[in-house]
Design a binder for this molecule. Structure first.
Ligand SMILES: Cc1ncc(COP(=O)(O)O)c(C=O)c1O
Ligand SMILES: N[C@@H](CCOP(=O)(O)O)C(=O)O
Length: 531
C-alpha cells in the first residue's frame, strides 16, 4: 500500500523519475489525494506465483531443502555511537523509526557473536562464491552479502536489480601521467541501474518496505528529498516492486514529484516533517537501512583486490551517509576477520558546500551548517548534512582526512580524467581533486594503493561537460576544454581544417610522400566527424 513521493529542489538535473508534471508544495490537495487512494494491495514481487522455475522459485526451493541456509543472524537499530552491549534502547528493523529517543541518529547493529561463529575465511569464500551468478538474490553485489545486510528478510521480499558488482577500474594512464602513481583505481559505483551508488542502498530500503507492507504495517508511501540520484533510485526500485500500482489508480503508476522553491537542505527539512506526520517511509540516508546496502561497496573493493586492503579510499561527501557506509563495510571486514586493517578514508567536498571541511579544519571544535552555494557537483550541494556525526566518527576511526575542491579544480580534474578515457561526473572530479592535492603535499605517496569512489555516471551530468568544453563558464579558464571546430560540409573545407590540424605530422600522413613505417613514439590523432 505504498507510493513514492519525492521532494526536489527545482534545478535538479539528473532526474530519471517516471514522473507526472511537477507540482509545487502549494498544491497540497494532490498530495493528500494520493494518500487517500492508497487502499488496495497488489504486490506481484512478494507473491510470485506465476511462472515456475524462475530464479526466485529456485531460491525458495533451496531455502527449504538446504538447512545450511537457516541461520540465527540478526540485526537491530541502536542509537548511533551507543555501546550495544550496555544500551537499553534498541528497535526491531521492522519498526518505523529513524531517530533515537534523544533525537540522535540510529545505526543498524548486527549480532557479531553469531557472525563470529564463522571464521573470516568462511565469509571470504562465501562472498566470492556468489559473484557474477544469477542465483536469487545473491547475484546482486549487495545481496551476495545478505547475512551482513538484512539477515532476516526473506529472499522472496527482496527487490533487486542485481546492483553492485561494479567495475574497479585501474586508472593506469591518469595515475601515471598526472600523479606518478601506478596503483590508482576508480570504483565505478555510478555504472549501475539508475546511474549512481544510491541503488546499493535503495535495494535494501525498498525490500524492507516490501516486507513491512506484507506485515500490514501502517505505511502508505515512501518519500525522499533529493538532488536527483536518491529519487531516481527510489522511483526505479518502487516501480520494479510494483509499489505504485498498489497505491494508486491504474493511470498513475509513477512517483509524485514536488518541485519546491528551496535547496536540498530545505527539502530535507520538509520531508522529515512530512514523514513524522504521515505514514510515509523516509528513504533518505537518515534512515540507517540505506547505509547497510551502501557499505557493501567497501566489502566489494576488498574482494576485488583479493582481500588485500588499499591504503586510501576517497569518497565525495554531501549528506555524508556514504563515507560512514564505507567505514562500516571496512570495519565489519576487519572485525569479522576477513582482513587485518582498514584503509584511511578521505572525504572530498565541493568548496561551495563544505561544512565538513570547515569542521575538520577547526580540529573538530565547532560544527556550523552552511548555506550551500551552487556547484557543478550539484548532488553534494548540501550545507546541513544529516549524517555529520556518522562522518566524523568514520574519519576519526580511520585516521581520515577531509579535502575540498573549488569549481575550477573539480571541473579541470573531470576534464583531465575524461582525457585519459574515463567519463566521470563532477563529484568524482571533487574526489580526484582531493587526490591531486594530497599527492602534491606528499600525504598520499606514489606507491600507495588508492581507490577513488566514483558516485554517479558521467552521462547524468553531461551539461557540465558541454559548458566546460564550450568555454561557456563565467570566470573559469576551462584550461583543458576541447571544443569542436565548426566547418562547412564540403570536402575542401574539411581538408583545409585537417591539414592545419595535421601540419606537424609527417608528410606521408597527408599523402605528400610514400608512407614510411610509423615511428612507435608518434602519437596517433583521433578525429571525430559529427554534427
Ligand atoms: C552522485 C553523488 N555523489 C555523492 C553524493 C554524496 O553522498 P552522501 O550524501 O552520502 O555524502 C551524492 C548524494 O548525496 C550523490 O548523489
Ligand atoms: N545527492 C543525494 C542527496 C540525498 O542524499 P541521501 O543519501 O541522504 O538520500 C540525492 O541524490 O538526492
Amino acid at each position: 500500500m505504498a507510493s513514492s513521493y519525492l521532494l526536489q529542489c527545482p534545478n535538479f538535473s539528473t532526474n530519471l523519475n517516471l514522473t507526472s508534471k511537477p507540482t509545487t508544495l502549494k498544491t497540497t490537495p494532490s498530495f493528500l489525494l494520493i494518500k487517500a487512494a492508497a487502499s488496495s494491495s497488489n504486490n506481484n514481487t512478494s507473491t510470485s506465483t506465476a511462472t515456475s522455475n524462475n530464479i526466485r522459485d529456485e531460491a525458495r526451493h533451496q531455502n527449504l531443502t538446504n538447512p545450511q541456509q537457516n541461520h540465527n543472524f540478526s540485526a537491530k537499530y541502536v542509537p548511533f555511537g551507543a555501546d550495544p552491549a550496555t544500551s537499553t534502547e534498541s528497535y526491531s528493523l521492522d519498526d518505523i523509526v529513524y531517530r533515537s529517543q534523544s533525537g540522535g541518529l540510529l545505526d543498524v547493529h548486527h549480532d557479531f557473536s553469531a557472525l563470529k561463529a564463522f571464521p573470516g575465511s568462511y565469509w571470504r569464500a562465501l562472498f566470492d562464491s556468489r559473484v557474477g551468478k544469477t542465483t536469487w538474490p545473491y547475484g546482486s553485489g549487495v545481496w551476495s552479502k545478505k547475512e551482513w545486510v538484512l539477515p532476516e528478510i526473506s529472499s522472496d521480499d527482496i527487490v533487486s536489480a542485481f546492483e553492485g558488482n561494479s567495475n574497479l577500474f585501474w586508472a593506469e594512464r591518469f595515475g601515471k601521467q598526472f600523479l606518478e602513481m601506478n596503483d590508482l583505481w576508480v570504483k565505478h559505483c555510478g555504472i549501475s541501474h539508475t546511474g549512481s551508488f544510491k541503488d546499493l542502498g535503495m535495494t535494501v530500503l525498498v525490500s524492507q518496505v516490501n516486507r513491512l507492507r506484507k506485515m500490514n504495517k501502517p505505511l502508505f508511501g515512501v518519500g525522499c528529498a533529493s538532488t536527483g540520484d536518491t529519487s531516481a533510485a527510489l522511483s526505479a526500485y518502487c516501480a520494479s516492486a510494483d509499489i505504485y500500482r498498489a497505491a494508486c489508480a491504474a493511470h498513475c503508476q509513477r512517483a509524485f514529484v514536488l518541485s519546491i522553491d528551496t535547496d536540498f537542505d530545505g527539502c530535507m527539512q520538509l520531508i522529515r516533517e512530512v514523514t513524522s506526520e504521515l505514514p510515509i517511509y523516509l528513504a533518505n540516508s537518515l534512515n540507517s537501512l540505506r547505509l547497510e546496502g551502501q557499505k557493501t561497496a567497501a566489502i566489494e573493493i576488498l574482494q576485488q583486490f583479493d582481500w588485500e586492503v588499499p591504503d586510501w579510499v576517497i569518497v565525495p561527501g554531501g549528506n555524508l551517509g556514504n563515507i560512514y557506509a564505507f567505514y562500516k563495510g571496512f570495519h565489519m571486514c576487519k572485525e569479522l576477520g576477513l582482513v587485518d586493517k582498514i584503509p584511511r578514508l578521505v572525504c572530498a567536498q565541493a568548496a561551495n558546500a563544505n561544512p565538513l571541511y570547515l569542521y575538520y579544519k577547526s580540529a573538530w571544535k565547532e560544527f556550523k551548517a552552511v548555506k550551500a552555494n551552487s556547484t557543478f557537483a550539484s548532488a553534494i550541494q548540501i550545507g546541513d548534512p544529516v549524517s555529520i556525526d556518522r562522518a566524523v566518527y568514520a574519519l576519526k576511526k580511520s585516521n581520515g582526512i577531509v579535502e575540498e575542491a573549488t569549481e575550477e579544480e573539480l571541473m579541470d580534474a573531470m576534464a583531465l580524467a575524461d582525457s585519459t578515457g574515463m567519463f566521470i561526473c563532477p563529484h568524482t572530479g571533487v574526489a580526484l581533486t582531493a587526490l591531486m592535492k594530497l599527492r602534491k603535499s606528499g600525504v598520499i605517496r606514489s606507491s600507495d594503493r588508492t581507490v577513488v569512489v566514483s558516485t554517479a555516471h558521467g552521462l547524468k551530468f553531461t551539461q557540465s561537460k558541454i559548458d566546460y568544453h564550450s568555454n561557456n563558464i563565467k570566470e573559469m579558464a576551462c584550461r583543458y576544454a576541447n571544443p569542436p571546430v565548426s566547418v562547412a560540409a564540403d570536402f575542401g573545407s574539411v581538408m583545409d581544417v585537417l591539414k592545419k590540424y595535421l601540419s606537424k605530422t609527417p608528410k606521408w600522413c597527408l599523402g605528400l610522400e610514400e608512407p614510411t613505417c610509423v615511428a612507435t613514439s608518434e602519437p596517433a590523432k583521433v578525429m571525430i566527424f559529427g554534427i
